[in-house]
Design a protein around this ligand. Structure first.
Ligand code: TRP
Length: 357
């Protein structure tokens, strides 16, 4: 008796599965089609049929980490592409992967993006572009906001990249930044330089800064962090030895400005960063590029490449910072007066909530 019931139940379950299988399968397929615009869809690899059916271009974007500057750049890319007719979900299928600052994630996400057989790959930041370029030698790799592409080993030269990599570079005029520090703090003797050791973008800029500091007859003191966890301790050491801290366009520090600023506030010294977003997040003042504009410019390069231009002959577009951003609240807090001739052309930032005090 018992055994019979068991057999019947098993039989019914199997029958049920067989009957419902085609429906389940169809639903899964439909789910996928309507989901094509969602960014999180990383499980399916596009089949060749999909591509010829809808003639969408596939764009794979790799972003190192979320900090306000990079998020603005990503937005600029999406908007710029949409304005040029490549709206996500329509003529373009855009996948964005965010590595959350983790090198291991960069590598696995690169493979995920390549598996989708993209028409172009886009790397936001130097580490992201480097990981893409190391893994992919034929599909065009577009750099977005890579400060020193040549030094980072990404191109043979800025005018003639030579390989499958081209894109947009963001620069700050380092000498001018250091001259501003001296102008604001005429009595300063030692300027600290702080950056993340693994970021080639920041390392190159830090070297330029050291040179500029010494050329002005000041002393430079450089320290590197390996990640955001040792930032607290290292910035304590540095803050105790210097009159101000200069920070290059450094992703690690941009994503942990609050930690740095808590330390420098307790030592009553100002931070001079290289991005408007870092001034907003508690920096004192700095020259920075228009981040959203860098994203828009990146979209222009992507479109040119999609239309057939070759990365090897496509000169790097360079955006140079011309605006000085000032955090007046921070200046008040630290009791520092900014000379009028610096203020008159500066843009006063509205500090973000964490950066305001
Ligand atoms: N230029 C940086 C790089 O090469 C990326 C970047 C863009 C950035 N905007 C920033 C870093 C603002 C810090 C703050 O990787």
């Amino acid at each position: 008796m018992k055994i019979d019931i068991k057999k019947i139940v098993i039989g019914l379950v199997i029958l049920g599965l067989v009957i419902s299988f085609p429906f389940l399968f169809n639903n899964a397929k439909q789910g996928k089609d309507t989901d094509a615009t969602s960014k999180g869809d990383t499980t399916e690899t596009a089949s060749d049929d999909d591509k010829s059916e809808d003639e969408q271009v596939q764009i794979g974007i790799l972003q190192l980490v979320s900090h306000p500057a990079l998020d603005a750049i990503a937005q600029g890319i999406y908007d710029g592409l949409a304005e040029a007719g490549y709206k996500n979900g329509e003529k373009a299928s855009i996948d964005l992967e965010n590595a959350q600052g983790d090198q291991g994630n960069l590598a696995t996400m690169t493979q995920t993006l390549i598996a989708k057989d993209p028409d172009v790959l886009v790397g936001i930041t130097t580490p992201a572009a480097q990981t893409l370029a190391n893994a992919e030698k034929t599909t065009p790799v577009i750099m977005s906001a890579v400060t020193y592409p040549e030094e980072a080993g990404l191109v043979a030269s800025e005018n003639k990249p030579g390989g499958n990599v081209t894109g947009v570079s963001d620069r700050t005029p380092v000498k001018e930044q250091i001259a501003q520090i001296k102008e604001v703090l005429p009595d300063a003797e030692t300027i600290g330089v702080l950056y993340t050791a693994s970021e080639d973008n920041a390392a190159t800029q830090a070297k330029e800064a050291e040179q500029a500091i010494e050329e002005l007859g000041l002393k430079s003191e450089t320290k590197t962090v390996s990640n955001t966890t040792d930032l607290q301790q290292i910035s304590e050491q540095l803050a105790s030895q210097v009159d101000a801290i200069y920070v290059p366009i450094d992703n690690g520090i941009a994503s942990a400005m609050v930690t740095l600023v808590n330390v420098t506030d307790s030592y009553k010294i100002p931070v001079f960063p290289s991005a408007d977003t870092m001034v907003k997040d508690g920096g004192f003042m700095g020259l920075g590029v228009d981040q959203y504009g860098v994203g828009k410019q990146t979209a222009e390069v992507i479109v040119d490449i999609l239309k057939g231009e070759k990365p090897s002959d496509y000169p790097i577009k360079i955006t140079t910072a011309t605006t000085t951003y000032v955090n007046e609240e921070k200046a008040k807090e630290l009791g520092i007066t900014i000379p009028d001739d610096l203020l008159k052309d500066a843009e006063i930032v509205v500090p973000s909530e964490e950066g305001g005090n």
